[in-house]
Design a protein around this ligand. Structure first.
Ligand code: COI
Length: 355
């Protein structure tokens, strides 16, 4: 089975890496893929542990047409960002949380996961191998995308006999085309993202393609993205296609509780802790869609998205506008978490891994 996977040595992107740092002008970045020099790869047969990974040139991979991931969607992904510090060192934010989430997801998807240590070590190796692509301080970050896929062949529906763990990297900055401008969301009622006891809470690749249709309809109507409601009653907030959601009223910040259908975001978890430290009352609970009418602020959180202000939400043809910008809670939380991630605010929580 191991022979079902080969690494393409050259795919047209990966000419010899220049010893020079990437020019500053490269960093007028959004969230498009900019291929980098190396990717980390390791694989294992079911029931075994992943071997030491290796850094290969970034390029296409070869898979059996009957790979579990291609036929039955047996795959998980993660996302984290490496930032460059003023002293030239790199920093990761709570990388073991991604490792734990992948382990939990792998259990749900009947896959073999790398250990926490291997996962974190692989992130560091990938970031270091692509160090020249890590934007200078204040210009963005190197997004690291770990993938765990069922790479072994299957025909009948069953777990794949071989798994591949790989990490590739791309420099990024703002996720939405709005840049740091407020988002305009649309409350989705025709499509659901996740159902009770389904896989909404794990980062399986199969949660993401199904949201594309609702997202593209909303975009064609001028919205930034859609906000999903619970699939049972369509009464309570769940999350946006690629991020979690928070509402704020006075000094109270609320976010939908993790209930099996909502992705357990690492930025979400961190924002909850930071907001409590800053003196806000933070509530993880059922948040009714009707509360959108009364909220002062709404914002999204996610690794790719960061902490993003929501300027308006449209629900059943009614648009409600929210406070954003200077003096907003969203801005305070954005500055605090980004300050921690980039090293301009001292990390007293042990969240930063510097290397
Ligand atoms: C992230 O925030 O890192 C994600 O994995 C979401 C993805 C849709 C970009």
């Amino acid at each position: 089975y191991l022979s079902s996977f080969k690494i393409g040595a050259y795919n047209g992107y990966t000419s010899q890496p220049s010893p020079l740092p990437i020019p500053d002008s490269t960093y007028s970045l959004g969230f498009g893929l900019m291929p980098t020099d190396y990717m980390y790869v390791t694989k294992c047969c079911v029931g075994q542990n992943f071997g030491h990974g290796q850094l290969n040139r970034y390029g296409n991979i070869e898979l059996s047409p009957s790979a579990g991931v291609l036929n039955y969607g047996q795959g998980l992904f993660e996302g984290t960002k490496a930032y460059r510090k003023e002293n030239g060192k790199l920093m990761l934010f709570r990388p073991e949380e991604n490792a734990i989430r992948m382990k939990i997801g792998a259990e749900r998807m009947c896959m073999t996961a790398p250990s926490i240590d291997q996962f974190v070590d692989a992130l560091k190796q990938t970031a270091l191998a692509n160090k020249r692509w890590v934007p200078p301080p204040g210009k963005g970050s190197l997004y690291l995308r770990p993938l765990l896929i069922g790479s072994g062949p299957v025909l009948g529906l069953a777990p794949a006999p071989e798994y591949t763990f790989l990490i590739y990297a791309s420099p990024v900055r703002n996720y939405f085309k709005e840049g740091s401008a407020p988002l305009n969301l649309y409350v989705e009622e025709d499509f659901d993202r996740a159902s009770r006891r389904g896989t909404g809470s794990v980062k399986t690749i199969s949660n993401y393609a199904p949201v594309l249709m609702a997202q593209s309809i909303a975009k064609s109507r001028g919205f930034s993205d859609v906000l999903y409601l619970d699939s049972d009653n369509k009464k309570n907030l769940e999350e946006v296609s690629s991020c979690n959601i928070f509402i704020a009223k006075g000094k109270i910040i609320s976010t939908p509780a993790i209930n099996g259908t909502i992705l357990s975001g690492i930025t979400r978890k961190s924002v909850i802790e930071i907001a409590s430290d800053l003196g806000y009352q933070v509530e993880e609970r059922v948040v009714a869609v009707d509360e959108l009418t009364e909220a002062d602020e709404v914002f999204c959180t996610g690794t790719a998205v960061g902490v993003a202000p929501v300027g308006s939400i449209t629900y059943r043809n009614r648009r409600v506008d929210y406070k954003t910008g200077s003096g907003s809670i969203c801005e305070e939380l954005y500055n605090t978490i980004l300050g921690l991630q980039t090293g301009s605010i001292e990390d007293k929580k042990g969240w930063i891994v510097e290397f």
